[in-house]
Design a protein around this ligand. Structure first.
Ligand SMILES: Cc1cc2nc3c(=O)[nH]c(=O)nc-3n(C[C@H](O)[C@H](O)[C@H](O)COP(=O)(O)OP(=O)(O)OC[C@H]3O[C@@H](n4cnc5c(N)ncnc54)[C@H](O)[C@@H]3O)c2cc1C
Length: 310
């Protein structure tokens, strides 16, 4: 056994023991591709699914005491994971689940809840104001971390309170100000906190009116995004004063490919995965960046998060 494999096995057994003691489901050598919308990614040495903030806090304390690294996975809709896998344990928030609780014109929901489900559930209850989030296939926690948004609005605009666990295992709640959110960043990502639940501020409305706005937003996405294919949403952030998608389109990059990774014909800032590998996708990203640098003199920055050891 090589030193790397020995170290990996040693870490996996330490994490598995901590998980067992805390009653947390733990899978060993779990492939990550199926946990992402792009569909690529090799195994994590351990894959843990804590079911509550208290259990997650206990896990964090034990892992911190043992000096163990970790990564947090939401719905995997903004992630590209190395085919060779990772050396760090992965903690999934999928089991931080449960029903959203409506409180007047607000709703408190668990971090693992998917945005489309939350938005539709609230439409049925006559709580609107979140329709712009409907087509974003992320979890509530991942969307807070990324300050996800669409149509010029961000989730940070409607957040009232965020409950988090720190890497040291402290549970806390925070009422963030607008300045704690920015373009695809938030205090969550900047401070390395883990979101366990969030309260969003909406406004009461007729369910039918909310459903119509959801239908409009869905129709726009269906017309402009490759929703039937594997992707991770927009690859690059918008450069100052321009849209990355429009820029890539102007440079005729639609259809450019590397192996099974192809720039979508429907949206030039989406890469669709037709049986490609993580390496194909990263090669295509480099090609796109290089073309934009050479032909427009712009250095595009990644919006997607890439997980790889080196
Ligand atoms: C078809 C499609 C359309 C999309 N459209 C949009 C769009 O319109 N607007 C937009 O903003 N995005 C869009 N996205 C991208 C993506 O859905 C969002 O960025 C989403 O918010 C990511 O959430 P997630 O749960 O999937 O996070 P993941 O991809 O699992 O993780 C993303 C990051 O968040 C961190 N994270 C995850 N959960 C937590 C948590 N509980 N606490 C702390 N950190 C956490 C992860 O560690 C990682 O760094 C789209 C993606 C697809 C596939």
């Amino acid at each position: 056994m090589s030193v790397d494999r020995e170290e990996r096995a040693r870490m996996a057994s330490m994490v598995a023991k901590i998980a067992r003691d805390l009653g947390i489901p733990c899978k060993v050598e779990e492939p990550l591709g199926p946990h992402t919308t792009m569909g690529v990614g090799g195994p994590a040495p351990c894959f843990l699914e804590p079911t509550s903030a208290g259990i997650l806090a206990g896990l964090m304390r034990e892992m911190a005491a043992a000096g163990l690294p970790f990564r947090i996975l939401g719905a995997g809709s903004n992630l590209i994971v190395d085919d060779r896998g990772l050396s760090t344990p992965v903690i999934s928030t999928a089991s931080l689940s449960g029903e959203p609780e409506r409180r007047g014109e607000s709703v408190r929901a668990p971090a693992g809840m998917l945005l489309p489900r939350l938005v539709r559930r609230m439409a049925d209850e006559g709580l609107g104001g979140f329709e712009f989030l409907e087509g974003i296939p992320g979890s509530l926690g991942g969307s807070l971390s990324m300050n996800a948004g669409a149509g010029g609005r961000w989730i940070g605009d409607v957040v009232a309170e965020v409950e988090t666990v720190t890497p040291a295992g402290e549970i806390g709640s925070h009422r963030p100000g607008q300045e704690e959110f920015g373009y695809r960043r938030s205090f969550v990502s900047q401070q390395g906190r883990i979101v366990t639940s969030t309260t969003l501020r909406g406004r009461a409305d007729e369910p039918q009116a909310i459903r119509e706005r959801i239908r409009d937003s869905r129709a726009y996405r269906v017309a402009t995004q490759p929703l039937s294919e594997r992707s991770s949403g927009c690859i690059f952030k918008n450069p100052d004063g321009d849209s990355a998608g429009a820029l890539l389109d102007r440079l005729s990059l639609k259809g450019l490919s590397a192996g099974g990774a192809i720039v979508s014909e429907r949206h030039a800032n989406f890469i669709v995965n037709r049986g490609g590998s993580c390496d194909d996708i990263l090669r295509l990203i480099d090609l796109m960046r290089e073309r934009v640098r050479q032909q427009a003199g712009i250095d595009l920055q990644l919006e997607v998060v890439v997980w790889r050891d080196r």
